[in-house]
Design a protein around this ligand. Structure first.
Ligand SMILES: *[C@@H]1O[C@H](CO)[C@@H](O)[C@H](O)[C@H]1NC(C)=O
Ligand SMILES: *[C@@H]1O[C@H](CO)[C@@H](O)[C@H](O)[C@H]1NC(C)=O
Ligand SMILES: *[C@@H]1O[C@H](CO)[C@@H](O)[C@H](O)[C@H]1NC(C)=O
Length: 667
């Protein structure tokens, strides 16, 4: 039986709206698509009405030529003792970096001129003061020329922006320099929770340490505005250069959770509240918590208390990732639309319209959308088979995810071994069998070779677009012990980079593209986000309220149903177990799911999740496959920060005739 109003129309109308609003498509095209939809609806066979029409987005782009080049970094020293960075190693006396740089390095974004990129580096081995080279020690922000052969006047292709800044210019500086991003004025940089502000263009000789100030960014988090402020993390400059997106972690019901925020940056030259020193700083004001109780991904139908509803238009933000080019949308890792499949989404800050940007079953997290809004770069584990044993069977409704997302997102890494590579997607993202183009696909692919596509060089957050849309900067780290070597079956490969450096930074150039004119100004978004809530310093953190324990039915949009039991095993007041039994369940009329799953999750500590997982699922249709646990089930203990895979039992997904198994413990 087909429920007419359920899926086909919703999907179609959503897609048309998206096309009209997002593509600025010519009205004649819009009309022909509407006509096609009307026709399909009137004349389509009943089963057609359950199909979610993907085909309305334009056809995927053809792969394009990409040239990868590597950017220079300061010379490498093997030994980090004071003075090891001699003039033999760096004749210009402008600093050295350690070979083991990866955990002390981060690539950043482009400067607005498109000819420099930012990076956080850690200098080591500087001589003692008063040697002028003594300032090249510890964590700093550098800018690197992106044109081969280009040099600063001192002869280096890089320049340290923060080395040697007088103490009085950085009295309030907060520790950390992560995710360096430039403001469009070319004079300011966001790094960690600081804004580095130069009187002159950052790349010019006039930008000297004496003319540079460092100001901390502070989000008040107490009713009387006392204290150091909130622990804000993962900061992203909004394209209007006035607002700031960020996340704050919390613990709810003994479990790590995180919420995202949008606030306005306001320079405060003489603060009177907060911790000492009361140095000039940027306050984040008029902050919005990008969360609302009324946004519900899985909820109980109030007209029919026995029924669960899944709403894929709800805005459920796990972690803020940035903004689209014109700043109208916030991008984020969201509550899954398909079980165990972590994706990125965009939500319109005004209308609340949600776009799902990725669909591939593998894990995605960092994303950057180009300034002109036509392309994205994502870091994804797609085609590495890291997560397929868990997420490879598509179209499973996201119900066990009520208790399992911390665990299912934590298996993506093995400690510091990331499985990410950079992928290019057009503005519509994954659809049909289009899953983008791997940006660094060239090379022998031999592990340890140091090739552009050496799988042991893992790409790390964040990749960034050049302002004219012709280049991407990304950086990589080499897999290191204990994620390789010793008991691990994966050997550790020595670095082939200069001095054995284990981090590298690359430019991907899209050689067939013409540069687009830079976007000078992006309209300032309103402070108030209608679908969010005002952040009140000192008020308790928000809390995600799942449906209450009980027995429910979830109807397939096209046929069948699922019986869902939500259990609070230990009467702790929150969900621990989700059991789902599918009976001919189908949301799309072609894929039909049968079988059952039961997942129990407890938290030995806020960041540790222990999962007991039982699955026996069989799907027929285009995305046919199975997801089955072994006889004893599958049991995993994992920490969201450490990502050390320790499991008993098995969970196996078979799709397209291929069997995917979980990683071995410790790998
Ligand atoms: C789904 O969520 C959106 C955004 O909150 C809301 O506008 C819409 O009414 C919801 N739909 C259903 C069926 O719950
Ligand atoms: C759910 O159903 C099971 C049996 O099917 C029953 O034992 C249990 O009490 C029910 N739970 C609730 C909260 O109704
Ligand atoms: C796996 O089994 C061992 C031995 O029984 C036990 O100590 C450990 O806690 C189990 N781990 C998980 C994740 O269940």
């Amino acid at each position: 039986m087909v429920v007419l109003e359920s899926c086909w129309w919703q999907g179609a109308i959503g897609v048309v709206k998206d096309i009209i609003t997002q593509v600025k498509m010519r009205p004649s095209n819009t009309i022909s698509i509407l006509l096609a939809l009307t026709e399909a609806c009137v004349y389509g066979a009943p089963t057609e009405q359950c199909k979610v029409p993907h085909s309305l987005a334009p056809p995927p782009p053809a792969p394009e030529p990409i040239n990868i080049r590597q950017l220079p970094l300061p010379p490498v020293i093997a030994n980090e003792t004071q003075g090891a960075c001699t003039t033999d190693v760096n004749p210009l006396g402008t600093g050295c970096v350690p070979a083991a740089l990866e955990e002390r390095f981060q690539g950043g974004g482009f400067l607005p001129d498109g000819r420099h990129v930012l990076a956080m580096v850690t200098f080591a081995g500087a001589p003692a003061a008063p040697d002028p080279a003594s300032i090249y020690e510890g964590e700093h922000i550098i800018i690197i020329k992106t044109t081969e052969g280009d040099r600063f006047t001192n002869g280096d292709p890089w320049k340290c922006i923060t080395c040697g800044i007088p103490a009085q210019n950085s009295r309030g500086r907060a520790p950390g320099n992560g995710y360096p991003q430039a403001f469009r004025d070319g004079k300011r940089i966001l790094a960690g929770t600081n804004i580095i502000d130069c009187e002159s263009d950052l790349a010019s000789d006039d930008c000297t340490p004496e003319k540079t100030n460092v100001y901390a960014i502070r989000q008040s988090n107490t009713a009387d505005d006392s204290g150091p402020g909130g622990q804000i993390r993962e900061l992203r400059i909004h394209p209007d250069n006035v607002h700031l997106g960020f996340s704050m972690a919390t613990v709810n019901d003994g479990k790590f959770d995180q919420y995202s925020y949008l606030g306005r940056l306001q320079f405060n030259p003489s603060p009177t509240t907060g911790s000492e020193p009361l140095a000039p700083r940027y306050d984040v004001v008029n902050t919005q918590t990008l969360f609302s109780d009324s946004q519900k991904s899985v909820y109980v139908d109030s007209n029919n208390p026995g029924q669960l509803v899944i709403n894929k238009s709800a805005i459920i933000i796990g972690e803020l990732r940035g903004f689209n080019g014109d700043g109208r949308e916030v991008t984020y890792v969201g509550y899954p639309h398909e079980s165990s499949n972590i994706d990125v989404f965009a939500a319109d800050l005004t209308t609340g319209a949600v776009r799902r940007l990725t669909e591939h079953p593998e894990y995605v997290d960092p994303i950057d959308i180009s300034a002109h809004d036509d392309w994205m770069v994502i870091l994804d584990t797609r085609f590495t088979e890291r997560q397929m044993w868990l997420s490879g069977l598509r179209r499973i409704p996201p119900i066990t995810d009520l208790v399992s997302t911390s665990a299912t997102s934590s298996t993506r890494n093995n400690g510091n071994r990331r499985f990410f590579q950079p992928w290019l997607l057009d503005r519509y993202g994954d659809r049909g069998d289009y899953f983008g183009q791997q940006i660094n696909a060239a090379g022998s692919g031999v592990p340890g070779s140091g090739a552009i596509n050496d799988p042991e060089w893992n790409t790390r957050a964040d990749p960034r677009w050049s302002p004219d849309g012709t280049e991407i900067v990304y950086w990589q780290g080499l897999t290191e012990a204990p994620a390789c070597g010793g008991e691990n079956p994966l050997p550790c490969y020595p670095s082939t980079e200069p001095g054995g450096r284990n981090a590298r930074i690359m430019i991907a150039e899209f050689t067939s593209r013409d540069p687009k004119p830079p976007i000078k100004d992006v309209p300032t978004v309103p402070d108030v986000v209608p679908w969010a809530m005002k952040y009140v310093p000192g008020a308790p953190s928000p809390k995600r309220i799942p449906p209450p324990p009980g027995n429910y039915t979830l109807k397939g949009k096209c046929q069948g149903s699922a019986s869902v039991t939500l259990i609070d095993q230990s009467n702790s007041g929150f969900l621990e177990t989700v059991r789902v039994t599918y009976n001919g369940f189908s949301d799309d009329g072609v894929n039909v799911l049968n079988g059952w799953e039961e997942v129990t999750s407890v938290n030995p500590s806020p960041t540790e999740t222990k999962i007991d997982w039982y699955s026996d699922l069989v799907q027929t249709g285009p995305d046919a496959g199975t997801k089955k646990s072994g006889e004893e089930g599958f049991h995993l203990l994992i920490d969201v920060w450490l990502n050390d895979f320790e499991a008993n039992g098995t969970l196996v997904t078979t799709v397209g005739g291929k069997k995917y198994t979980q990683p071995a413990n410790g790998t």
